[in-house]
Write a protein of this length. Sequence first.
Length: 256
Amino acid sequence: MSTLAMQTQISSGSRAAATQTTHPFFAVRDMHAYYGESYIVQGVSFDIRKGEILALLGRNGAGKTSTLRTIARTDTPQMRRGEIWLDGEPIHQMRSYQAAQSGIQLVPEDRRIISGLTVEENIFLAQVAPGEGWGLDQIYESFPRLAERRKQEGVTLSGGEQQMLAIARALARNLKLLLLDEPYEGLAPVIVHEIERILHSIKPLGITTIIVEQNAVAALKLADRAVILDTGEVAFTGTAKEVLDNAELRHEYLAI
């Protein structure tokens, strides 16, 4: 491990210890996860306060998506050790549907829009699940593009509109922690700005967000705090501004 990584981990540990005493809204503690025998998530720990946006960053293969999937309690990767806590509730022994009912909603990179259903039907289907989320009026007020296309088949939307629909479906359910995997991938800047507007608008509602994004600078400008992964381990945790201001850190772990 580099001297820089050791320094940032020491700093991170001090911050984490201080945060623990205030009972963070969301916490991952010493999380280890595997794909078969491939050790992917290696002792990851971090906290998030309610309403924060956290950028989860790292080079390709650093374990970012695997970390999101482990938090969402998907079948793969398999979590073998560690704890996940959301709003005082243990998540680590749950299945994915139980984690979703507890307020964790994952928007994967491929968005998973359901073919054959309209925009509105995709949203209705999300509302069938237990837990009370946003109603259609609130969704359409925040996503006017979706209101205009409410009767259009979801899979025929543009990439940006599909991303909005995927986020809208998450909001239609009980949502405490939003997990976004590469939400800006292939999108025009105007759509990226629209998604950023939406994420800022839900912060005052207490909705917490973790964003994984290859466009690290855009994610850091949006986020309050950042965690950088390196080969499955936490190399840095701190404020987003610390990363933006530290050229050495960005070069070593993000190649920017």
